[in-house]
Design a binder for this molecule. Structure first.
Ligand SMILES: [Zn+2]
Length: 216
């Protein structure tokens, strides 16, 4: 895993995943870490720099191979100053991230680890192009804020329920339908939250987001 930003480091560049995903984590004083965001084609990393934040709050990791566009943060800020539409979109994107993180915070408090694991696996699947997910237990533990043995228990339960199979470093989605049945409502709530803010996306993509409205 490649580190792109560390907490407290200057945000000199912003990143736009085209394929693959970037993970944002918060580091705790005891050295542990919890993932607070997984950014794919729908988003970007480093956006607070456009609004004047000089340093990164999060540890940003390139979790999977993929194609990422990048540019200097100052260039994006200057472009936003020249374009009211770009400025509007950056604000909408920020609102989507804030909404997503609010739902995730509630989810972490109220939903069990199997349902949350299913939610995260669906989100990871949405950012890729096949059912084979390269995900270590260590990374899923960061994502879920639990110890690795708990991840093993959760994945074994998902396998027993016919949703996935797993082996070292890989999770295969064998039934998306089953995974959707097991995942908590937050998967659908986050999809809708992101979709309602990113109003410039093509109609086909918008319909995918709004389709989540049926699953409440
Ligand atoms: Zn949840």
């Amino acid at each position: 895993m490649t580190t792109l930003m560390t907490p407290g480091s200057p945000v000199n560049r912003v990143y736009f995943p085209e394929t693959g995903a970037l993970a944002e984590l918060i580091l705790m004083a005891d050295g542990s870490a919890v993932e607070v965001g997984l950014v794919g084609w729908e988003g970007m990393v480093g956006w607070p720099a456009v609004f004047g934040s000089q340093v990164s709050q999060t540890w940003v990791l390139c979790q999977t191979s993929g194609q990422f566009l990048e540019m200097p943060a100052t260039a994006l800020a200057e472009a936003a100053d020249r374009s009211s539409e770009l400025h509007r979109r950056l604000h909408r994107h920020a609102a989507a991230v804030i909404g997503q993180r609010a739902i995730s915070a509630a989810c972490d408090r109220h939903h069990d680890v199997v349902a949350r694991c299913a939610r995260h696996l669906l989100a990871a699947r949405d950012l890729g192009d096949n059912d084979e997910l390269t995900l270590t237990h260590e990374f899923l533990a960061l994502r879920l804020g639990v110890q690795r043995p708990t991840v093993t228990v959760a994945l074994s339960e998902l396998e027993r329920l016919g949703a996935v199979t797993h082996r070292r470093g890989h999770v295969t989605v064998v039934s998306r339908v089953n995974l959707e049945e097991i995942a908590c409502e937050c998967y659908w709530a986050i999809r809708r939250e992101v979709g309602r803010h990113l109003d410039w996306l093509p109609t086909s993509v918008q319909s995918w987001f709004s389709d989540a409205g049926r699953r409440t």
